[in-house]
Ligand binder design. Structure first.
Ligand SMILES: [Fe+2]
Length: 240
């Protein structure tokens, strides 16, 4: 099976469409999505429509839960709060219901999906260090777990020791555990503005990071036209 794994779309339709077009061309059969379909960007409803029609599985993120009222707004910074409130006004009840039905964790033989961490996923903690990654890996039942949330593409690998890597291609080995942060489709923060995601090939046993240039100025213009905070548009061109 060839899976396309995407996270943190954040209402960025231009980035999402570009990434999906590339993945389809690359022979992706199913999609795994890791939450934060909405928040920050100007097309949350359109992004939910597209994601809800993809074959595959997915989980909810903190911004999805913010829009649903399940994560209190005190948790978010000012511009995120504005985006959450704006998103509530523009998405439909059916789109809201789709977000509401998303679980926080999906566990299958070939993969585990979570937005933030497996331990208390509803607390939306961040994994930056090998120590934090190790805690998460203790709870993994499959050898591969995909996560998002930090918008930083990085993977952790554990055998007897735990290390991390940022190479484009991961060749999966027996008796190793992998925690793979797939980066962000719609708001990368690793100083590379291109949309980010991964392709997971279970037969070839590889995970490959994908970067795709997309129409950033169009996404920015829509953010500004919607009256969302200016910074939410500006940051897209810097990938920060
Ligand atoms: Fe996010």
């Amino acid at each position: 099976m060839r899976y396309g794994v995407i996270s943190d779309i954040h209402g960025n339709l231009e980035a999402l469409e570009t990434m999906l077009k590339f993945m389809r061309k690359e022979g992706v059969e199913e999609y795994l999505f890791l939450g934060d379909i909405v928040g920050y960007g100007a097309d949350p409803g359109e992004c939910i429509e597209i994601v809800s029609n993809l074959p595959g599985k997915g989980v909810a993120g903190n911004h999805d839960w913010g829009v649903l009222g399940l994560t209190p707004l005190e948790y978010f910074n000012n511009s995120a709060v504005k985006a959450v409130e704006w998103t509530r006004e523009v998405i439909t009840d059916t789109q809201l219901e789709f977000l509401e039905k998303l679980p926080l964790v999906v566990e299958r033989e070939d993969f585990t999906l979570v937005h933030a961490t497996l331990e208390r996923p509803e607390e939306w903690r961040y994994i930056y260090s090998t120590y934090e990654a190790h805690q998460n890996m203790e709870m993994m039942k499959s050898s591969v777990c995909f996560c998002g949330h930090t918008h930083m593409p990085i993977y952790f690998v554990e055998n007897r020791h735990i290390t991390f890597g940022k190479e484009k291609l991961i060749e999966l080995k027996e008796n190793h555990k992998y925690l793979v942060n797939v980066g962000s489709v719609g708001q990368p923060r690793d100083n590379d503005p291109r949309a980010c995601g991964v392709i997971y090939d279970t037969e070839k046993k590889i995970i490959e990071y994908i970067r795709q240039e997309y129409d950033i100025s169009r996404a920015q213009e829509k953010i500004w036209k919607a009256g969302l905070p200016e910074f939410l548009g500006t940051r897209l061109q810097y990938g920060e």
